[in-house]
Design a binder for this molecule. Structure first.
Ligand code: T4K
Length: 425
């Protein structure tokens, strides 16, 4: 199955040789012809030191991608005419069908956001006691456990992939451990097979936070069908969004049935509650956005891929700076451009960040300083960092750059020029 086949005007043709405009740009070379709004010849050209910023409007990391407005407004008219706004409406059902088909799984249970989807999945799996997860992730992964008074136990990551290190997971298993949550950070798959082997050996339940990994594969199979279940986020800042939204994908019929009850207060038909539940429902307007954006997903991936390539070509040639690569043997959504900045540079990661932000490039240092350094975890487990040297090292050196369908072509040039000026002697 061709997963990113065109549903509109574009497709995901391979990139072929890089176009001429991707050649290296030496510092100081006038770059107006390439669409950059200013020259970067000396440090006094940096907005950090008082010059005009390179961009008049901020470039955001999480700038939403938006598909056909016409199609969305047409859905809205139908929603208003039907007067069916929520509670498993026809658009939510269609959305679930299309997503399950795309992921190649039996069930997609759509929810109001990724965090609630995590909480419901964790509860439906009856996790308790301790659950092992990485600290290097968005805080929602930890909160979804803590909210249910389950102890998140932070295991270290592999610094080359930024995902859980199976050896570190083994070190954190205790008699209270009931599960493992792998995170497919940045859309890079966690070590699925190794984690499944550990889970099987120790009788643990394995699930995945796949918030970043919609449209990505592991060993050629779409992420969504691994472990007991996988949880997606369709938040506005994700490359594929439903305003707010999320979903749990699973091949387990009982688990899917339980989660459907849980997301609707435990109702089984009118006046009949058979389970404790909450409100995790996706609205019709969110599903409409999802259907429209799903039609454009090939274009979104293509734009992200182009941006990732441009950044990689410009930045990988700077000593001490590297762009985290995607594995081109897999399907990728290319939605995060993550750079790592060496300790040896004459400027710190945070100084580079400040200089970029001054140019209106609103880069971020996701997911610094790691969940274990945020409350309440920092107070609960003040020594957790002793077991997390790779988490600290990676969290201290990453910068996440703006990308998405609206990114100006000149963004990679500007970022490279700023870093070159800062790091040149
Ligand atoms: N697991 C993982 C691994 C996750 O990364 C996330 C969410 C979750 C679970 C939970 O899923 P959800 O419950 O959120 O569905 C943002 C997002 O709010 C969050 O969804 C995402 N991960 C996280 C990585 O990023 P913040 O606090 O950094 O968002 P904020 O407000 O700073 O926005 C990011 C950038 O996007 C800003 O520069 C502004 C820009 N932006 C934002 C929105 C909402 C726009 O340009 N337009 C917009 O509409 O968390």
């Amino acid at each position: 199955m061709q997963h990113f086949e065109s549903r509109s005007d574009s497709d995901l043709a391979p990139f072929g040789p890089p176009p001429a405009f991707l050649e290296p740009l030496p510092v100081g070379r006038p770059s107006i012809a390439r669409g950059i709004t200013k020259y970067f010849e000396s440090r006094s050209d940096l907005a950090l030191f008082g010059a005009q910023p390179a961009f008049t409007e901020p470039l955001h990391v999480g700038r939403p991608n938006i598909g056909s407005r016409k199609a969305f407004l047409s859905h809205m008219n139908e929603i208003f005419s039907r007067r069916w706004l929520s509670n498993n409406g026809p658009l939510v059902q269609e959305f679930e069908r299309q997503i399950a088909d795309f992921l190649g799984v039996k069930h997609c249970v759509a929810m109001c956001n990724g965090t609630v989807a995590l909480e419901i999945a964790i509860r439906a799996l009856e996790l308790k006691g301790e659950v092992i997860m990485p600290s290097f992730t968005f805080i929602a992964t930890a909160h979804a456990l803590q909210w249910q008074e389950i102890t998140p136990v932070f295991a270290d990551i592999d610094p080359s992939t930024h995902t859980l290190d199976p050896e570190a997971v083994l070190r954190m298993i205790t008699p209270r451990t009931t599960g493992i949550i792998g995170v497919h950070l940045w859309g890079h798959s966690a070590p699925v097979d190794e984690l499944q082997t550990i889970a099987d050996e120790y009788g643990l339940k394995l699930m995945f936070d796949a918030a970043h990994a919609f449209g990505c594969s592991y060993k050629g199979q779409m992420i969504g069908g691994f472990g007991e279940c996988e949880v997606f986020s369709f938040h506005a800042t994700k490359f594929f969004n439903t305003f707010e939204g999320g979903a749990v994908a699973t091949n387990n019929d009982d688990l899917a049935r339980k989660m459907r009850l849980m997301k609707n207060f435990g109702f089984s038909g009118y006046d009949n509650v058979i389970y404790p539940g909450m409100n995790g429902k996706m609205t019709e307007v969110a599903a409409a956005m999802g259907l429209v954006n799903f039609d454009a997903i090939g274009e979104f991936v293509q734009a992200n891929r182009r941006n990732h390539e441009q950044y990689s070509m410009r930045l990988n040639e700077i000593e001490g700076v590297s762009v985290l690569p995607y594995d081109d043997r897999e399907q990728n959504n290319y939605q995060y451009v993550v750079i790592e900045v060496s300790d040896d540079l004459p400027v710190s990661r945070d100084e580079i960040l400040s200089a970029l932000q001054a140019e209106n490039v609103l880069a971020r240092r996701y997911f610094w300083p790691g969940c274990h350094n945020m409350q309440p975890y920092k107070a609960f487990y003040p020594n957790a960092g002793l077991m997390l040297p790779n988490t600290k090292a990676v969290a201290d050196r990453v910068i996440v750059l703006p990308t998405g369908a609206t990114l100006p072509d000149s963004a990679a040039d500007v970022v490279a020029s700023v870093i070159r000026l800062l790091t040149s002697a």
